[in-house]
Design a protein around this ligand. Structure first.
Ligand SMILES: Cc1cc2nc3c(=O)[nH]c(=O)nc-3n(C[C@H](O)[C@H](O)[C@H](O)COP(=O)(O)OP(=O)(O)OC[C@H]3O[C@@H](n4cnc5c(N)ncnc54)[C@H](O)[C@@H]3O)c2cc1C
Length: 440
């Protein structure tokens, strides 16, 4: 007979750990499935500190952060299956059937609701169209990190890093501390893509140069990389002919973007958001397919693990509730204008409005002194001012939408605009509004 669960959580990283604990906490019979040998996800290889500042008020290493959840899991009723890969999910009248592949072969199991917490994957050189031989020596930053921190092997003696995302910045520092020559971090955009704190701590503190508006156009070397070609790019990121420069190195480390791992979601017909590349969800992290939830980096790429754990908890709790008692959902829509890169969630299930609703967003460009305006069917319901917004730094907002009398089909709009010096002063803002936040 097949085993059957209320909730199956796929992925044993921080999102999946939080989701499984939350589902178990609500009394759901829960299975946590992880393809790797150990729980912890990407945190296992992140031996630097900086994790948990929001949740625990402490700067933990990745393994220390994961351990706090893994030790709770051992005390909980969650069943865990490691070295087990979820290869297929099929919808059944009463829930879902999962095909699990492990050393015993293919096992089928059933559950009433599913939490997808599969994390994300790194873009490769093929996906960004680098020409030339694809010989040994081209690593994604996460792979270089795995070699250095888990296997204890140096992937390079002299390297160039393409892309200034957080993993690239962190690996620039790591490789330099381990004795490699890090010739520079090259970035096609006009500014770094990673968190400001990482630019200071990983590059400036270690004298590693950041070259903006440049990209790698060719890779040279038989068998192993021995040089790369760098070109300047124009405002459309197109390489400028005549600016080519050849640099001798034995490795090219890529930190050129992360994409949510969403094959399982797609196989279930879950609609994806074109901007985040993760599923469209409601405020409880339920996708547009009833009973399928998504959280963490599988939902959208997060820069802070604390928010990953938050979304895992929301998804786990709601998945347990759904397994117990499913109710039809009715949606209002959350829409961002062109000044925002994206907003999560995109739907609000008005049948299940708790207070507050947590919203994540990123600005499209660097913005100073900016006002976020939230409207309900075109009428302003909330504003907040920000001193600075940057696309790499995700913002988290708590909104009381329950008291706003939102109805099915309503549109909740989000836009960012500059604050002009002749606008109301701080004290006027404070006096005039209870739900309005002001510049610090
Ligand atoms: C290099 C690096 C540095 C970082 N630095 C910081 C930092 O300083 N501070 C901070 O707060 N955050 C940092 N982060 C961000 C944070 O670590 C991530 O956002 C977080 O780990 C994502 O958690 P997750 O659970 O969504 O995904 P993951 O940690 O990637 O976990 C996903 C898990 O799902 C499993 N899985 C996937 N598909 C399947 C399947 N089909 N079947 C079974 N299992 C599956 C995978 O094996 C994996 O274990 C960093 C991230 C990276 C990569």
């Amino acid at each position: 007979m097949k085993a059957s669960y209320d909730v199956a959580v796929i992925g044993g990283g921080p999102a999946g750990l939080a989701a499984a604990l939350a589902a178990d906490g609500r009394g759901a019979k829960t299975l946590l499935i992880e393809r790797g040998a150990n729980l912890g996800g990407i945190l296992k290889q992140c031996i630097h500190n900086g994790f948990g500042l929001v949740r625990f008020g402490e700067s933990l290493t990745g393994p220390e952060y994961a351990h706090r959840f893994i030790s709770q899991l051992r005390e909980s009723g969650v069943e865990t299956a490691t070295l087990t890969f979820v290869s297929k999910i099929e919808k059944r009248p009463e829930g879902f059937e999962l095909s699990l592949v492990n050393r015993d072969g293919v096992i089928k199991t059933e559950c009433k609701s599913i939490v997808l917490a599969c994390g994300c994957r790194e873009r490769t050189s093929r996906q960004i169209g680098i020409h030339g031989r694809h010989s040994a020596g081209i690593f994604t930053a996460g792979t270089a990190q795995y070699y250095t921190n888990i296997l204890g092997k140096m992937p390079t003696k002299r390297c160039v890093i393409l892309g200034s995302g957080d993993i690239g910045l962190i690996m620039a520092r790591r490789l330099k501390l381990e004795g490699a020559e890090v010739l520079g971090v090259y970035e096609a955009k006009p500014a770094a893509s990673g968190l400001t704190r990482n630019v200071y701590q990983c590059l400036e503190d270690l004298d590693i140069p950041l070259y903006t508006r440049r990209t790698v156009t060719r890779v040279f070397g038989e068998g192993r990389v021995n040089a790369i070609e760098i070109s300047e790019v124009d405002e459309n990121m197109i390489p400028i002919h005549g600016t080519e420069e050849r640099i001798r190195c034995d490795a090219l480390i890529l930190s050129v973007g992360l994409i949510p791992e969403n094959e399982l979601a797609e196989s279930l017909g879950v609609p994806l958001d074109a901007h985040t590349r993760g599923p469209i969800t409601d405020q409880n992290c339920m996708t547009m397919v009833d009973g399928v939830f998504c959280c963490g980096n599988a939902l959208h790429v997060n820069d802070l693990v604390d928010y990953v754990s938050d979304s895992g908890e929301i998804a786990g709790r709601a998945a347990a509730r759904w397994a117990d008692d499913s109710e039809e959902r009715f949606f209002a829509e959350l829409r961002a204008d062109g000044s925002l890169l994206y907003i999560v969630p995109r739907k609000l299930n008005i049948n299940d409005l708790a207070s507050p609703t947590i919203i994540y967003f990123r600005s499209r460009t660097d913005m100073e002194k900016t006002r976020l305006t939230v409207t309900l069917n075109g009428s302003e319901i909330f504003t907040k001012m920000y001193l600075r917004l940057r696309p790499p730094e995700m913002e988290r907002l708590k909104l009381d939408l329950k008291s706003m009398n939102v109805k099915r089909g309503d549109i909740i709009g989000f836009s960012l605009s500059p604050v002009y010096s002749n606008e109301r002063t701080r004290s006027e803002v404070r006096e005039n509004s209870s739900d309005m936040e002001v510049l610090e």
